[in-house]
Design a protein around this ligand. Structure first.
Ligand SMILES: [Zn+2]
Length: 204
């Protein structure tokens, strides 16, 4: 199972700096949690959960992750952004712990292929979508597809509300998981496609 993302390691690239907060790009906004909107010290929040990075390293041939746009660059962890306060980070951490113990590790280690699609799984999926949206749908995205901006901004508001409430309550949004078992052959071909590979980080 793979999770996609597209941001930098440790230090956000310039194009993502404005994504720290939805409110503004001023220095003050750097301390505003992107989820609850409260001021406070922001944590280094993973867009791709850290347990995925740990598992990827533990199952890689070298014990490292590599940056796909420069495979010679080894990284220790998936990228983070100063996105969430401690309370909201804990909220996401609980969802991640649930998903890791009930879905991710059973899928990989015990070959479990059927899971109950309950509210926690939906919330975890939505937390991934929301984080990915925050990390990737900034000014560059808005300039590229202006016709989608209003829909994306509305989705961000709606998803944030659901995540804060902890329930969907008849929301029209759907969440889906796709399980992708990657063969060694496919993995090797991905490692050979520096310029076209869509996986920004991968075990090597
Ligand atoms: Zn918060």
């Amino acid at each position: 199972m793979l999770t996609r993302g597209a941001i930098s390691q440790n230090e956000p690239r310039g194009k993502h700096k404005h994504l720290v907060s939805a409110r503004s790009s001023t220095a003050d906004s750097l301390s505003i949690c992107a989820l609850c909107g409260k001021e406070g010290e922001l944590r280094a929040s993973h867009i791709i959960p850290s347990f995925v990075g740990k598992w990827s390293k533990s199952t890689s041939a070298t014990g490292f992750l590599s940056q796909s746009d420069d495979l010679s660059v080894r990284v220790q962890d998936f990228p983070t952004l100063p996105l969430l306060c401690s309370d909201c980070e804990q909220k996401f951490s609980s969802l991640e712990s649930y998903f890791a113990s009930k879905v991710f590790y059973p899928f990989h280690n015990k070959k479990v292929r059927e899971f109950e699609y309950d509210e926690r799984l939906r919330l975890f999926a939505l937390s991934l979508s929301w984080r990915t949206l925050k990390a990737n749908c900034g000014d560059e995205f808005k300039a590229a597809v202006p016709e989608l901006v209003s829909q994306v901004e509305q989705a961000e508001i709606d998803w944030r509300k659901i995540l804060l409430q902890g329930r969907f309550d008849g929301s029209p949004y759907e969440t889906h998981f796709f399980f992708w078992i990657m063969s060694r052959k496919v993995k090797a071909s991905l490692l050979d496609c520096n310029d076209t590979c869509s996986e920004p980080w991968m075990p090597v």
